[in-house]
Design a protein. Structure first.
Lengths: 113, 110
């Protein structure tokens, strides 16, 4: 299995630009999570989906952030407009059913100048 | 809510045993998980304690005591490749997402 795939791996953009992060979960997994990691706030949940339906988006910072999962094999996290404080590593993870293990992708390192 | 506390850094030598503690204040959770993250890498699952007691997986063991609001990860026969950050995490009731501790950076010295 290829594991969770994320793209791009690195993104450098300027403040005000739109940023789109992409994730392909492990085939067959029914849960998909978006986490963000920073030195100040650690690893925190942004949003998660079950069977393509958003379940909990309480971690989404503000209206500038949006996430979609149009099908079981693809999800996007969009930031519009981006700000320097959005600079972080964004991880996508997936899991199966009642299993406790979450499988993380390699992350997208975002730098907003 | 959930609050998990871990030491920020731990240093040990190759071949030694190290224990990384995780104390928590939470209204309830399903179990305690541990993840390892190397610099520049992604978190990877190490172990899970759904019940009180010790779980062993090779050189790694994890322990949970709900009555003491405490858990730990035990790493034996330390190797240089064990140098990484280790995170404890809980899954609150009715929620599939994890709440992570702040992480413990382990440095293994020769």
């Amino acid at each position: 299995d290829a594991g969770v795939i994320q793209s791009p791996r690195h993104e450098v953009t300027e403040m005000g630009q739109e940023v789109t992060l992409r994730c392909k979960p492990i085939s067959g997994h029914d849960y998909l999570f978006w986490y963000r990691q920073t030195m100040m706030r650690g690893l925190e949940l942004l949003i998660y989906f079950n069977n393509n339906v958003p379940i909990d988006d309480s971690g989404m910072p503000e209206d500038r952030f949006s996430a979609k999962m149009p099908n079981a094999s693809f999800s996007t996290l969009k930031i519009q407009p981006s700000e320097p404080r959005d600079s972080a590593v964004y991880f996508c993870a997936s899991s199966l059913g009642q299993g406790e293990t979450q499988y993380f992708g390699p992350g997208t390192r975002l730098l907003v100048l | 809510g959930q609050s998990l506390e871990q030491p920020s850094e731990v240093t040990a030598v190759e071949g030694a045993i190290v224990q990384i503690n995780c104390t928590y204040q939470t209204s309830g959770f399903y179990g305690l998980s541990w993840y390892q993250q190397h610099d520049g890498g992604a978190p990877t699952f190490l172990s899970y304690n759904g019940l009180d007691g010790l779980e062993e997986t090779g050189r790694f063991s994890s322990f949970l005591s709900r009555s003491d609001s405490y858990g730990y990860l035990l790493l034996q026969e330390l190797q240089m490749k064990d140098s990484a950050s280790y995170f404890c995490a809980v899954r609150p009731p009715g929620r599939r997402a994890l709440t992570f501790g702040s992480g413990t950076r382990l440095q293994v010295q020769p």
